[in-house]
Design a protein. Structure first.
Length: 606
């Protein structure tokens, strides 16, 4: 299929689907009309859940709480003001979004299973509140909604078309988010939240926006749904089964995709109807829960990625069958392209860009860094070397804000930074790579680089994820590190060494003043080591400051000046490479008595 036909199909199929759905009520079949109304509610709920769990990675088991919030907000408001619930339905969306905002603030440091439990608790808490706030909500007796004001001849059409409209909006919102910088940031958070914070993604703001987006339309749909069922019962409005169905729909169709949750809802709701009509008696509720729990288990085991991603993978394999992957090609030992121009930053008078003074870090009884102090001069390539476990990576983690210091202070560019969070240190001008590269596996190489942001500009969040000057810059940086041919490759398809180069390009995207490189040569082949050395030198000639941790002594001693040596978390030597390699204490603690610098293999840099 040509790209044009694919585009046509992508736009035409949804339009045709909406048109067909719009025609259903005209057939006059009440059974299917009601089934579709419930399907729309589930699809909006599943789509909202997907924005929180599929895009952002925060799995909620209480998402149906937003249905209840919307329904009760509209029910109480319409009773109070004596107006149609349709008119106050948007208030249901506002209330749901505000609760979602509160949830994002309360759970700022809560991840994984703890977050799941919080969302379940939220659902229970709201149900309890509604049950006990009798004067406003009617308590356990429930709340009667006003009767519809239209004639029986048009049946439930107003509910049907409003919910269909909400479903279209939900899909448009999910698709819109996926295309923006916000969306790419959410996927980065899902893949590796700490790393995302380290490349300048303001995770609290992104998560708050995502949570609100995941709740707002669910709240409006809840208001319409409440009016449709005509009676608000706390048990039904804050029902865990509805949450489980939404999770199941999204997982079945494809978590993290735009259409997966909708597809899942259109499969699941008819199934639910069947179980409803066949599972009667007093145990019907429990049996349905067991049925959907079992289905959830089956989907997780048999279709872990969901129908749409699995189908897309199958198509991709078919398309690329027999083709050789460009990713396996050896990087040429070619000339480097021109060094990218870095944005000049205002500088202070201080010649030391980074200064650690009396810094210590304990992990329980273990002192990983002990009264450590050294400076990184502007424009230098400073090496930080020392035996395994001497505290080098911990120093990096203290400088970039991954860990707080136990004692001492860290100054960067003339100001104290040890109280700042990781993202603010990134904005201050510190960029960092990792011993084991940490790229976002769900993003392409270009997206990985473009996701990095050196400052927070709220206006940017709704801009296209990878476009304009930013895309051009990310491409330029990838070409500079030698990976211009791999822009659309998945980060996970690259070799280990190539990932290290992408991570360097990602850091350069931040236009940092200081780059911390954690073992840039570990596990990569000699060609890439030479390329890495050439890149570092070219960037340094253009004014870039580096602090490098590395065990390849030929590489690091030929590249750096000065060299700082750590042993047991303390600086034991500091000086020029020749002095360091001749230092008795350093030889004894790290280099070995017979150490000699091999200029011929020194990263090709000698
Ligand atoms: N999060 C942590 N919790 C507990 N102990 C830690 C933690 N991080 C580091 N350590 C300990 O701190 C000490 C220093 O570790 P660190 O990784 O900083 O050493 P390193 O010099 O980078 O070692 P290598 O050269 O092997 O990478 C080690 O004993 C390590 O086990």
């Amino acid at each position: 299929m040509t790209a044009r036909n694919r585009r046509l199909l992508r736009r035409g199929a949804p339009a045709l689907g909406v048109l067909l759905l719009a025609l259903v009520p005209l057939t006059g079949d009440i059974y299917y009309q009601n089934m579709l109304i419930m399907t729309f509610v589930l699809a909006v709920l599943a789509s909202g859940w997907n924005t929180m769990a599929g895009y952002t990675g925060y799995v909620s088991l209480g998402h149906s709480a937003f249905i209840g919030i919307g329904a009760y907000t509209a029910g109480v408001a319409s009773a109070h003001w004596g107006v149609s619930p349709f008119l106050v339905a948007p208030l249901g969306g506002v209330a749901a979004a505000l609760v979602a905002l509160l949830l994002s603030v309360v759970t700022r440091r809560t991840r994984g299973p703890a977050f799941v439990i919080v969302t379940f608790a939220l659902l229970e808490l709201l149900g309890l509140t509604v049950r006990n706030w009798t004067s406003v909500t009617g308590g356990s007796k429930g709340l009667l909604m006003p009767l519809p004001t239209w004639g029986v001849d048009i049946q439930d059409w107003p509910f049907y078309y409003t919910l269909l409209g909400l479903l279209v909006l939900a899909v448009a919102l999910a698709a819109g988010i996926a295309r923006t910088k916000l969306g790419i940031g959410l996927v980065a958070i899902r893949d590796d939240e700490d790393k995302a914070a380290g490349i300048g993604i303001s995770t609290p703001a992104y998560k708050s926006l995502a949570f609100m987006a995941s709740a707002v339309l669910v709240g409006v749909a809840g208001a319409v749904y409440g009016y449709y069922v005509s009676f608000l019962d706390p048990g039904a409005m804050f029902d865990i089964v509805l949450s489980v169905e939404a999770v199941l729909a999204a997982l079945m169709g494809g978590r993290g995709t735009v259409w997966g949750p909708v597809l899942g809802a259109f499969i699941l709701e008819p199934l639910s109807e069947v179980t409803n009509s066949h599972l009667g008696g007093s145990d019907a509720g429990a049996l349905r829960l067991v049925f959907f729990g079992g289905l959830l288990l089956a989907v997780t085991l048999l279709l872990p990625r969901g129908i749409l991603p699995q189908a897309a993978e199958w198509l991709r394999r078919r398309r690329t069958r027999g083709a050789t992957s460009p990713v396996g090609r050896r990087l040429a030992d070619a000339e480097l392209p021109a060094t990218p121009v870095m944005r000049p930053r205002a500088q202070t008078e201080d010649t030391a860009l980074l200064r650690l003074t009396g810094v210590s870090r304990r992990f329980g009884g273990l002192v990983a860094v002990d009264d450590c102090g050294f400076e990184v001069t502007r424009g230098s390539i400073t090496a930080l070397i020392g035996p395994n476990g001497s505290g080098k990576t911990t120093v990096f983690n203290l400088v970039d804000g991954t860990y707080p210091v136990t004692a001492g202070r860290i100054d960067f560019d003339g100001r104290r930074i040890d109280q700042l969070g990781p993202t603010r240190r990134t904005f201050a001008g510190i960029g960092r790579t990792y011993q084991l590269p940490r790229l976002f596996p769900s993003l392409t190489v270009l997206q990985n680089v473009a996701a990095a942001c050196g400052e927070f500009r709220p206006g940017n969040l709704l801009r296209s994820a990878v476009s304009g000057a930013e895309a051009a810059r990310a491409t330029e940086l990838l070409e500079f590190v030698g990976l211009g041919d791999y822009l659309t490759a998945r980060a996970t398809d690259l070799s280990y060494g190539q990932r290290k180069l992408v991570e360097l390009a990602q850091v350069l995207m931040l236009e940092p003043q200081l780059i911390l490189l954690d073992e840039p040569c570990a596990g990569i082949n000699p060609t890439l080591i030479r390329r890495m050395a050439a890149l570092i030198q070219a960037l340094n000639r253009a004014g870039q400051t580096f602090l490098i941790v590395e065990h390849d002594m030929n590489f690091v001693l030929s590249l750096s000046d000065p060299v700082v040596v750590l042993s047991r978390g303390t600086v034991i030597a500091h000086g020029a490479p020749d002095d360091i390699s001749a230092d008795e204490q350093v030889r004894e603690a790290y280099l070995g008595a017979d150490f000699a610098l091999d200029a011929a293999t020194a990263g090709g840099t000698a």
